[in-house]
Design a protein. Structure first.
Length: 193
């Protein structure tokens, strides 16, 4: 496992190329969400075969804020799939999640859902929302996509799971960046510094 700070420019470029090739549409925002945490990387010699990142997020469940290991950028090169690389990558990030977080969470594609389910991840059945300065904003497009890896904190799957933004975009109070950074609370607004 390597922290984003320990990835060289060449390795970052190789990881981004893998993710671009693995997803139909992998945006700069998607890439940004995968940075700032720990990266599990599958290699054959020096060649990158697969990647999974775990980044810190905060989710509100009921009245409790949960420190969450959010899994981003899970991909295995097309010609190396179904050879155990995805399982090995997930085992590495799950070890970190179990040791450092209240729970794990991720948004699964249809293709990835079977892998996560086989490893004990549960599809979240409750509503999904993000918190903004204006209050909770439902994100129905995420319903059914979010999976959780339960930890020591009991979860009620019928309660909403709400993402707490790390930073509100200035001038756009309803848009929040999901990038986790240090938080500064000033005058009731959340801002990164």
């Amino acid at each position: 496992m390597l922290h984003t700070a320990d990835l060289g420019a060449g390795e970052r470029a190789a990881l981004r190329a893998l993710l671009d090739a693995s997803f139909e549409e992998f945006t700069d925002d998607d890439w940004d969400h995968a940075l700032g945490g720990l990266h599990a990387i599958a290699r054959d010699g020096g060649e990158v075969l697969g990647h999974a990142a775990v980044v810190q997020r905060q989710l509100l469940h009921g009245e409790r804020i949960l420190r969450t290991g959010y899994v981003e950028g899970v991909a295995v090169r097309a010609d190396r799939r179904r050879q155990g690389h995805g399982d090995a990558l997930m085992a590495a990030v799950e070890r970190v999640i179990r040791a450092a977080y209240h729970l794990g969470a991720l948004a699964a594609s249809d293709e990835g859902a079977a892998l996560y389910g086989s490893r004990g991840w549960l599809r979240w059945s409750g509503p999904i929302a993000r918190l903004t300065p204006a209050g909770p904003v439902p994100t129905p497009d995420d319903d059914g996509l979010v999976h959780v890896l339960p930890g020591a904190v009991p979860l009620d799957p019928d309660l909403p799971l709400r993402a707490i933004p790390a930073r509100v975009i200035p001038g756009e109070p309803d848009r929040c960046q999901r990038v986790v950074c240090m938080l500064d609370v000033c005058d009731g607004a959340v801002a990164g510094f």
